[in-house]
Design a protein around this ligand. Structure first.
Ligand SMILES: Cc1cc2nc3c(=O)[nH]c(=O)nc-3n(C[C@H](O)[C@H](O)[C@H](O)COP(=O)(O)OP(=O)(O)OC[C@H]3O[C@@H](n4cnc5c(N)ncnc54)[C@H](O)[C@@H]3O)c2cc1C
Length: 298
């Protein structure tokens, strides 16, 4: 537990990201029940020992839990001394509502955010901006930088292309727009083939994107879950990995072992080939991440 007034200390995560050694960061989602809340505190206590440089908190469907995102970002900073990054989405957010969220974040000592458009609500295929809201994440980035110039702003990138993008080239053009209006760094969507990331990094560099790009890694813990997630985001599970997972399906321990082994392989290769950091989608479970870190030389 951190027992001093850490709220007053503001650290831009980009300062950690640009140092020589790769940063480690974890992503959590706000729990829905009291039991899940208690569990998340246990997970944070368990993962704290790996000394993450920052921890990000997602913002859920319809922007409905923006308050919870702020609450958990504050708790992570106050109780665990880990620099939090609050996700902000354009879903159901007018400019007035976003200004309130930014003011609240500033008040509780959170000045690192990940600016996202968010997905259309379940059952809808097209994102519809709110009245006086934002159509794309680049508009949100510009708004944050205008309202809170001291905030450090990350954005999302897609090594395999965003699911709605006509082509990867267009998607990178749009990513560049986010950087041009002030994004400090990029965190990518999950991917399972490192070559997709390296090609994306090269393409971004060629397009003139100069900010750090941090790969997002998700240790697989369930075949059903990874199929659902990849279907939503368009990432591809390599056939040999899929075969292994299908063979092990039904044996939870075996599936987790395959997931850990693959995440470890990805992490090691990404570090060897010079990434600025590794961002882990923790899915509020400490076991698989602890297994990865138990074996990762960093
Ligand atoms: C690390 C990470 C964390 C995430 N966390 C969350 C979360 O907490 N909550 C949540 O709801 N979602 C989250 N997402 C998912 C994200 O919200 C979705 O992928 C969403 O569909 C796109 O968000 P974006 O910020 O990339 O949008 P944008 O950058 O706005 O891009 C969306 C689409 O529009 C296109 N586009 C962008 N700008 C323009 C433009 N100016 N003109 C025309 N087309 C344009 C892009 O090519 C892309 O196809 C996360 C994603 C990542 C990678």
């Amino acid at each position: 537990m951190v027992d001093f007034d850490i709220i007053k200390i503001h650290m831009k995560v980009i300062e950690a990201i640009i140092r020589e050694t790769p940063t480690i960061s974890f992503e959590f989602f706000p729990p829905k029940t009291v039991e899940q809340e208690a569990h998340l505190f246990e997970v944070l206590a368990e993962l704290e020992k790996f000394k993450p440089d920052f921890a990000s908190v997602t913002c859920g469907a319809l922007g409905s839990n923006a308050d919870k995102t702020i609450f958990w970002a504050k708790e992570i900073k106050k109780k665990f001394g880990i620099e939090p990054v609050a996700h902000l989405t354009c879903v159901s957010a007018s400019r007035e509502a976003m200004k309130k969220q930014l003011d609240e974040l500033e008040k509780v000592g959170v000045s690192n955010v990940l600016a996202l458009r968010g997905d259309p609500p379940i059952g809808e295929t097209k994102f519809v901006p709110s009245k006086n809201g934002f159509s794309h994440a680049c508009e949100l980035v510009a708004f944050i930088k205008e309202q809170k110039p001291r905030f450090c702003v990350g954005v999302a990138g897609y090594p395999e292309g965003h699911i709605e993008a006509a082509c990867l080239e267009d998607d990178i053009k749009h990513l560049k727009m986010k950087v041009e209006v002030g994004a400090d760094y990029v965190i990518t969507q999950l991917f399972f083939n490192n070559e997709d990331f390296f090609r994306f990094r090269d393409d971004c560099s060629e397009a003139g994107i100069r900010v750090p790009i941090i790969p997002g890694i998700m240790p697989i813990t369930s075949l059903k879950q990874v199929k659902k997630m990849t279907q939503m985001c368009g990432a591809i599970i390599p056939q040999d990995l899929l075969n292994k997972l299908e063979q092990a399906d039904g044996d939870k321990t075996a599936v987790i072992e395959i997931g850990v082994e693959h995440a470890l392989f990805q992490a090691r290769e990404l570090i060897t080939r010079g990434v600025h950091g590794l961002h882990f989608f923790v899915m509020n479970q400490s076991g698989p991440i602890s297994k990865v870190f138990g074996q990762l030389e960093i």
